[in-house]
Design a protein around this ligand. Structure first.
Ligand code: DQA
Length: 156
């Protein structure tokens, strides 16, 4: 199982960007923590960070044949991007939206997510753990525990 983790604008600055809001962990710290969890789960991860909406749209568009699931922190594009919403829907790859902070408890302009409605779920407010919870939830959805083996068609 392959999962693409996408991070949007300004997230390359994590660690020194408003640490009172986003904490001290860097994007590299989050990547290492997620890789460790992915190894336990037996899934492989790829990472993309971009400050450009179009690059994120292109990466999501190219994900259909390559990945089983997406984890996306659209950052500020959460609140503005019809293009990202459409890209997630067009790719048809199950996507979990992630936020370090809890946008619902912040400024009113962060209360609306244009991307969430294209996702299977959202995890917000748990700092770096939001990514781990999203990975656990996504893998559970893609590979439900105890899923019965597919029934064979009776012969003849
Ligand atoms: C964020 C929340 C967004 O509102 C903000 O624009 C970000 C980060 C988060 O992870 O908490 O850049 O997505």
């Amino acid at each position: 199982m392959r999962i693409l983790v996408l991070n949007g604008p300004n997230l390359q600055l994590l660690g020194r960007r408003e640490p009172n809001v986003y904490g001290r962990a860097t994007l590299e710290d989050i990547r290492r923590m997620l890789e460790a969890r992915a190894r336990e789960l037996g899934v492989s991860l790829a990472f993309v960070q971009s400050n450009c909406e179009g690059e994120l749209v292109t990466a999501i568009g190219a994900s259909a044949d390559r990945y089983d699931g997406l984890i996306l922190n659209p950052a500020a594009y959460t609140h503005t991007s019809v293009a990202l919403h459409d890209a997630i829907r067009a790719a048809g790859v199950p996507c979990v939206e992630v936020h370090l902070s809890n946008p619902a408890a912040r400024e009113p302009f962060r209360h609306r997510s244009l991307t969430a409605a294209a996702c299977i779920g959202t995890v917000a407010g748990f700092g770096p753990d939001s990514y781990r919870l999203a990975l656990d939830g996504l893998v559970a959805r893609l590979r439900p525990a105890g899923r019965p083996a597919r029934r064979r068609r009776p012969r003849g």
